[in-house]
Each structure stands twice: as C-alpha cells, then as structure tokens.
Design a protein around this ligand. Structure first.
Ligand code: CA
Length: 156
C-alpha cells in the first residue's frame, strides 16, 4: 500500500515536470530566443551636413552567442529617432528619394546580419542629421524583440 502511494506520488511529480518540459518546448517554438546578441554604435569620422547622403553611424556586434548566430534582415528593423521624427532604415538603396536611411554591410551575405559584421548607417535621400551635435536614438529589433546595445549616438 505504501509502495503504491509513493509510486503514485512519483508518477504525479513526473507528469508535472513533463508538463513543464513540454510547455518550455512549445514556448521555444513560438518565440525566437535572441540569445545574448549585443551591439555597439558609434559616431563615424564624417561630419553631418545639410545634404541628404551623410554617413551617420557605425554599428558593431560587441557580443554574439545564440542558437541562431546570424540575424535575417527580413526580421530585423533599424529605426532612427531624431527629434520628433522617426526614420526607417533599409539594406538596399532603390535610388528613390524618401527611402530615408540606408544600412550598408561589410559582410558577404546580403540577407544576413552576420556575426562579426559591422554596419554603416547612411542618409538615403533624406536629410536626417544636418548639423554637428545631433542626438540620434537607435531602435533595433529582431523578431519584435529589442536587441540590447547603445541606445543613442551623438552624431558630430
Ligand atoms: Ca544630412
């Protein structure tokens, strides 16, 4: 009788922990684990002007460690906030005015933000920063989750 009870308790505990495992597995399928990607952003050596093609910010990975190391650009968004305006950045220039901001990559694969790859953010037909000493706030997201890193850069 006593043995039966402890078996029952064991089975109960097992099913509870299994449920926990299953829950975790299902949860992993639903949301991407960003791991510990961290980026750093700095001002470039170029000075901003009133033109619409200035080189603004350089972005580096300061740490990458994740199940999925390279990030897909399809799921990555970079937006710049300057004053009251928000500018969306793209990885390819289509030559049209109003595309706002261009992300240039130094890596080989254009559909990936690769581990160790650095990015340069440029104006692309829009005057985002026209004078030295402008604060630019970065919003960088992967699959809807904000990637930790430098939140703002003083462009000068
Ligand atoms: Ca400019």
């Amino acid at each position: 009788m006593r043995k039966g009870l402890s078996t029952l308790i064991c089975l109960l505990l097992l099913s509870i922990s299994l449920a926990g495992c299953l829950d975790r597995l299902l949860h992993q399928d639903e949301s991407y684990d960003l791991g510990s990607h961290t980026y750093r952003a700095d001002d470039t050596s170029a000075s901003p002007t009133e033109e619409t093609s200035d080189e603004l910010i350089r972005i580096y990975w300061s740490h990458t460690e994740s199940v999925e190391n390279d990030l897909l650009w399809n799921y990555t968004t970079i937006n710049l906030e300057v004053g009251d305006s928000m500018y969306e950045c793209h990885t390819s220039a289509d030559g049209e005015s109003g595309e706002h901001c261009l992300i240039s990559q130094d890596g080989q694969e254009h559909y990936l933000w690769e581990t160790g790859e650095f990015l340069t953010i440029w104006e692309d037909g829009t005057d985002i920063v026209s004078s030295s000493g402008t604060n630019v706030i970065l919003h960088i997201y992967y699959r809807g989750e904000q990637i930790p890193g430098t939140s703002e850069v003083l462009v000068q």
